[in-house]
Design a binder for this molecule. Structure first.
Ligand SMILES: [Fe+2]
Length: 379
């Protein structure tokens, strides 16, 4: 890896070390954290790369006896009271600094979008995703940045979408099966399997962990109507935070009951509609009015929950956030299900067929694939 940041100065404090980098940044690292993250082969297994040092038997007040910058600023060397030696590269320290900045997860940041800010639909050919690591990386980058990608030129046959999905993760089985066909069915157990309008929603909010990425492959489309809709839930949530911070806070706090019910299943889960990650960044949207159960939050929160969901919905349905297009046979709409909401206009099943084939994978595997292809899977 190219060295972009050398160590220029280190100063010891009671319970931490202050490091000045040549790039001008300064970071504090606790002594206990430095000892716990010693990268030597006694502390991290050389094959499995797992931590073998017993963190919980370390002295919580540990302080290094000697510290010095070595190798022209590329390494930090510490000597601990028991004589144990630790060495850390400047690049490693820089990239793991937890002082004032977020530690990178190795992925591009999401770019929330509206119809106007999106210059064109992110898209890539199936051949590129299936046939090259570069194509796979571009595909995952689009999914991460924009929350969706349109994969083109995938032969409109059953089984093809599963092959595409397996390129970035394990197929995720749900109560709809490992894969499913979306078309107007005679005995539907879900509004997706009718011809009526489907308002923008996230799938399966009623599960403990709704699938992270959904694939919908268009096999046939000769019907009138049935245009697809995608809405960036992160952009909607950001706008809600600006316009109505109280509603935003309430939606991150008050749990919603989501429920799927048929002859075989009664799947229920509570979750706030908007969830933030450990850095306070948007992580997840769960929203599906048809799968919202009889709300059961406390009496004192009930009106705040209705008001919050109504405010979110009002922004969600603004034309500036609704990306509408007709998914053509051979195209696959791939989107982060817990970020980008999807829907479709009503269609006339008498006018011709509309048949989509779908499946799910989870984000953790796709993000892992991206890091591995980038060569980031090192200690
Ligand atoms: Fe859906």
């Amino acid at each position: 890896m190219k060295i972009t940041s050398l160590l220029s100065k280190v100063q010891a404090r009671d319970n931490y070390l202050v490091i000045d980098f040549s790039t001008g940044e300064q970071s504090r690292f606790h002594w206990i954290w430095l000892r716990d993250n010693c990268l030597c082969q006694k502390c991290h297994h050389p094959q499995t790369l797992e931590r073998v040092v017993d963190t919980w038997s370390l002295d919580t007040q540990i302080v290094s006896e000697d510290y010095k910058i070595a190798d022209s600023g590329t390494n930090l060397q510490l000597t601990w009271p028991d004589g144990h030696l630790s060495e850390y590269s400047s690049v490693w320290l820089r990239s793991h600094s937890y002082d004032t900045e977020r530690v990178s997860d190795g992925l591009p940041d999401p770019t929330p979008w509206s119809v106007n800010s999106l210059k064109s639909r992110p898209s890539i050919s199936a051949q590129s995703v299936l046939g090259s690591d570069q194509g796979t990386m571009t595909f995952i980058r689009q999914l991460r940045e924009f929350g969706f990608s349109i994969v083109t030129d995938l032969s409109p046959d059953e089984g093809m979408v599963e092959e595409l999905a397996k390129r970035i993760g394990f197929l995720r089985e749900t109560h709809f099966g490992v894969d499913f066909t979306v078309e107007s069915k005679p005995d539907p157990n879900n509004v997706a399997y009718t011809a009526i309008e489907l308002k923008a929603h996230t799938d399966l909010p009623n599960l403990e962990m709704p699938p992270g990425i959904q694939f919908l492959h268009c096999l046939q489309f000769d019907a009138e109507g049935g245009e697809s809709i995608l809405v960036d839930g992160f952009a909607v949530a950001e706008q809600l935070k600006k316009e109505n911070p109280t509603a935003f806070d309430n939606l991150t706090r008050i749990p919603v009951l989501y429920r799927f019910l048929d002859k075989e299943w009664d799947l229920r889960w509570h979750s706030p509609a908007i969830r933030l990650d450990h850095n306070g960044q948007l992580e997840e949207i769960r929203y599906h009015t048809a799968l919202t159960g009889a709300l059961d939050t406390s009496f004192d929160d009930m009106e705040a929950l209705y008001n919050g969901l109504r405010a979110f919905t009002e922004i969600l349905r603004r034309p500036e956030y609704e990306l509408k297009f007709k998914l053509m046979p051979g195209e696959v709409m791939v989107f982060q299900n817990r970020r980008v909401l999807h829907g479709r206009a009503a269609f006339d099943p008498q006018s011709g067929p509309r048949k989509l084939r779908g499946c799910y994978v989870d984000c953790d595997q796709a993000w892992s694939k991206f890091r591995v292809l980038q060569g980031l899977n090192k200690l």
